[in-house]
Design a protein around this ligand. Structure first.
Ligand SMILES: C[S@@+](CC[C@H](N)C(=O)[O-])C[C@H]1O[C@@H](n2cnc3c(N)ncnc32)[C@H](O)[C@@H]1O
Length: 346
């Protein structure tokens, strides 16, 4: 006889699996028999996971900041120069979240990195390429439906304008940076057509829940289960958490702890994951959702790098002026590919 909370868990997981697939089959072996969700609240479960990993996460972040502090300073300078060369405002990632992705890529030395998507400024692309360059190993596959970011990177590295030649769909390699392959087109078609496996995933793309369901299934389940690495695949998903300050007028504002619609799909996936493939780490530094964890990490960051950051809540339009915010809208976690592949039927 099942306890009531187990029944709710089974129903929840089953509905989630059906939603991912759109038909009544179980994708990539997430059968309900492998476990039930203990909680139905996504936020709460991720919080539980974060609490159980907290000491390990803090230890890892201290080690990373200690080891890579000097590099981060240099990359931040170069990244700023790169952004200013295009005369643009900062990108919609804070330094904190990009430097954590950079350090994870340095430490893991992945062979095959996926970036979804490049974006119009290719700012995250720049940071990931810096990590690959210093690693001396790895290749970045960056996908976008537009090529503005790729053109911009190319102009920067080649020092030449290429705007006279419009791109046709397909792959483009950046001369002098052979470790980047840019793939132009709708990732729903281009990614499936390539059949590459990845061991590092950087997701900052279309914020539509249906699109999120697609990448959870195609990238997190199918692609990771095919990964050659047979170990932990590092994942960062931007915009799981939202800008949380809403103005009420008369100088008053309301702070909300909110995951985004995209975030809710990703958090549901994370909730199901430990039942099948326990992740080796899960953490997020969103200031309003995890203020204590954020403060601990920022103390470590300051003691290892000497750098402070702004604790102002992010408002609409924040990216015009602040990149040095303490917060991060990203969820960082790992998926063990060999454990996952045992459950996959692909
Ligand atoms: C927020 S931007 C990425 C910013 C980038 N990570 C950076 O740091 O500069 C999101 C990108 O997703 C791209 N995108 C939207 N729909 C897409 C699709 N179906 N396939 C591939 N890329 C898509 C958009 O063209 C846009 O450039």
């Amino acid at each position: 006889m099942l306890a009531c909370h187990e029944c709710i868990g089974i129903i929840f997981l089953f509905v989630f699996v059906l939603q991912l697939d759109g038909v009544a089959t179980v994708p990539c072996g997430f059968p309900p028999r492998y476990g039930v969700l203990r909680e139905t609240s996504e936020e709460f479960c991720v919080k539980c996971a974060m609490e159980s990993f907290e000491d390990k996460s803090l230890q890892t972040l201290r080690m990373l900041y200690r080891k890579y502090a000097h590099e981060i300073e240099q990359v931040t300078r170069d990244a700023r120069k790169y952004l200013l060369s295009g005369g643009s405002k900062p990108a919609q990632n804070t330094h904190v979240e990009l430097e954590i992705s950079y350090m994870r890529a340095r430490e893991a030395k992945p062979n095959s990195l996926l970036e979804l998507s490049t974006g119009p400024r290719a700012y995250s692309t720049f940071w990931l390429l810096e990590a690959i360059r210093r690693n001396g190993v790895g290749k970045l596959y960056s996908f976008d439906i537009h090529d503005a970011g790729y053109k911009r990177l190319k102009r920067y590295f080649d020092g030449a304008s290429i705007s006279a030649t419009p791109f046709s769909p397909g792959s483009h390699f950046l001369e002098g940076q052979p470790q980047l392959e840019f793939i132009l087109g709708d990732a729903r078609q281009t990614l499936a057509a390539r059949n590459v496996s990845y061991d590092f995933l950087f997701i900052d793309t279309l914020h539509d829940p249906k699109f999120t369901q697609w990448y959870v299934k195609e990238v997190f389940l199918n692609s990771v289960s095919r990964s050659d690495s047979r170990s932990d695949v590092f994942v960062a998903v931007h915009d799981v958490y939202s800008l949380t300050q809403t103005s009420l007028g008369l100088g008053m504002s309301l702070n909300l702890k909110e995951s985004t619609p995209e975030g809710k799909v990703v958090l549901s996936f994370i909730n199901a994951l430990p039942q099948v493939v326990p992740p080796a780490s899960v953490y997020a530094l969103h200031l309003e959702t995890f203020p204590e964890f954020n403060a601990k990490v920022m103390r470590i960051r300051r003691s290892e790098t000497g750098r402070g950051c702004s604790r102002q809540p992010l408002r609409k339009g924040w990216q015009k002026k602040i990149t040095n915010s303490c917060t991060a809208l990203t969820l960082f976690f790992t998926i063990n590919s060999s454990a996952l592949s045992e459950y996959c039927t692909v």
